[in-house]
Design a binder for this molecule. Structure first.
Ligand code: SF4
Ligand code: SF4
Length: 255
C-alpha cells in the first residue's frame, strides 16, 4: 500500500466472502480452523461494502476473493463479475484450495482480462490437476504452486510482549500489507481480521475501520490512518508469524 498526502492506494485486499472451508489446516494463518460458527456473507452486503470502500480510496491494485473456501459461496460468479466492473480495481483474483471444481457460470465470469485464479496447489487435493485442465481449456488465467514451507504463527494466546517488540514485529511483517475486508470491516492483516471476527480481540483494539458505520466523508481519513499510522496490532501479541528478532519458524505445509 502507498500514499502521498493526496492519494490512498491499496495494493492488495483479501476479500473474505465466507468463513466456511472444505479443509481444516492446522497452521492456517487466517485461524480458519478455529471457527465454531461459520458464515456465508450476503452478496448485496458484500458489494455494498466494496462500493463504500471504492468511494473512499483512489486505487486498489487487486482484490483477492477468498474464504475459507470461496467456492462454497453460491453467488461467487456474480461477486466476481461485479468486482471486475469496478474501474478502481486493477485485477480480481480468486483464491481456492481446489477441492471444489468450478461450474460454467464461474468460468464465464473468470474469463476476463482482469481476472486470475490462484490455486493453492496442495498435494493432497486431487482436483488440482483437473482445475488446471479446466482453466486451460476455458482460457482463464491462473497461478499455482503455493510455498512448500509455511510459517508457524502459533496459537492465539497472549505472549505479553513489550511495545517495542510488537513495533519491531509489525514493521517487518509482510502481512501488514495484506488489507482484509471481512463482514463489512476493513483491517490490516487477515489474522487480525479473523481474530476480531471470532471475538478474540475487541474490534476497538484491532485498528480496523467499520465500513458500514463510518460516515462516508470520514472513511477516507480513517482508512488512511489505519494504513499509515498503525505502529502494531493487538493481534501481533497473539502471533509468532514473525518474531521480534525477525526470525520465522518454518514448518512443512499442512496439506
Ligand atoms: S484451505 Fe486455506 S482457509 Fe481453509 S483451513 Fe486451509 S489454509 Fe485455512
Ligand atoms: S505479526 Fe502482526 S501483522 Fe504479522 S501476521 Fe502476526 S498479527 Fe499479522
Amino acid at each position: 500500500m502507498g500514499a502521498n498526502t493526496n492519494v490512498v492506494y491499496i495494493n492488495r485486499i483479501a476479500f473474505i466472502i465466507t468463513t466456511k472451508c472444505t479443509l481444516s489446516c492446522s497452521h492456517c494463518l487466517h485461524l480458519n480452523s478455529r471457527y465454531v460458527s461459520r458464515a456465508v456473507f450476503e452478496k448485496d452486503k458484500l458489494l455494498n461494502d466494496v462500493g463504500r470502500l471504492m468511494a473512499a480510496v483512489d486505487t486498489v491494485g487487486g482484490v483477492h476473493v477468498m474464504g475459507g473456501e470461496a467456492l462454497l459461496h453460491p453467488e461467487l460468479p456474480g461477486i466476481i463479475s461485479a468486482l471486475l466492473q469496478e474501474e478502481k480495481i486493477g485485477h480480481v483474483g480468486l483464491t481456492t484450495n481446489g477441492t471444489v471444481l468450478p461450474d460454467e457460470s464461474l468460468l464465464a465470469a473468470l474469463k476476463h482480462p482482469k481476472a486470475e485464479v490462484y490455486l493453492s496447489g496442495y498435494s493432497t487435493v486431487p482436483n488440482t490437476g483437473k482445475w488446471i485442465d479446466i482453466l486451460r481449456q476455458s482460457g482463464v488465467s491462473y497461478h499455482t504452486g503455493a510455498a512448500k514451507k509455511w510459517v508457524d504463527a502459533g496459537g492465539i494466546e497472549l505472549r505479553n510482549r513489550k511495545a517495542d517488540e510488537l513495533k519491531s514485529m509489525y514493521s517487518q511483517c509482510l502481512y501488514r500489507e495484506c488489507v482484509t475486508l471481512l463482514d463489512g470491516r476493513l483491517f490490516v492483516c487477515p489474522r487480525n481480521a479473523n481474530a476480531v471476527n471470532q471475538g478474540v480481540i475487541p474490534f476497538d483494539l484491532s485498528g480496523g475501520v467499520d465500513l458500514r458505520k463510518e460516515k462516508i466523508n470520514t472513511l477516507r481519513d480513517e482508512i488512511s490512518h489505519m494504513l499509515f499510522d498503525t505502529e502494531y496490532l493487538a493481534c501481533c501479541d497473539r502471533c509468532d508469524y514473525i518474531l521480534p528478532s525477525g526470525e520465522q519458524r518454518q514448518i512443512s505445509r499442512a496439506t
